[in-house]
Ligand binder design. Structure first.
Ligand SMILES: [Zn+2]
Length: 120
């Protein structure tokens, strides 16, 4: 679900907010639509402590990317640098998505007011 932005403003204020958003929009080269998940797991050795009430192994970090229903890309990221790069890229993608969502909600409200959406 999308976050709801405040569009109960004057048309002038919405246009100013829109101009600001457009000035901020930037696609960063590391943008990444994915999640970085932390997992602990049991190994294949049945005599290992992890099978006998001991701590599981980990944490392991996986990048997961949902491509379609039932189709998920999953990569194990062992290197700390990979994990950090993933976190940053995911954050950049999320910021871009939020800015686009706010722009979209403003545009819907402007259209409802029968305003022009083009350049002003
Ligand atoms: Zn084990």
């Amino acid at each position: 679900m999308a976050r709801l932005y405040d569009t109960a403003k004057s048309t002038l204020a919405l246009r100013q907010r829109k101009r600001f958003l457009l000035s901020q929009l930037k696609i960063l080269p590391d943008s990444l639509r994915a999640s970085l998940v932390e997992r602990f797991s049991r190994c294949g050795k049945t005599n290992c402590h992890c099978h006998h009430g001991g701590d599981k192994h980990g944490p392991f970090y996986y990048l997961t990317q949902c491509l379609a229903v039932g189709k998920v890309n999953k990569f194990l990221f062992k290197a700390t640098a990979q994990q950090q790069a993933a976190r940053t890229g995911i954050d950049h993608y999320r910021q871009l998505q939020e800015q686009l969502e706010e722009l979209s909600q403003i545009n819907a409200e402007l259209l409802r007011r029968q305003e022009n959406l083009g350049h002003d």
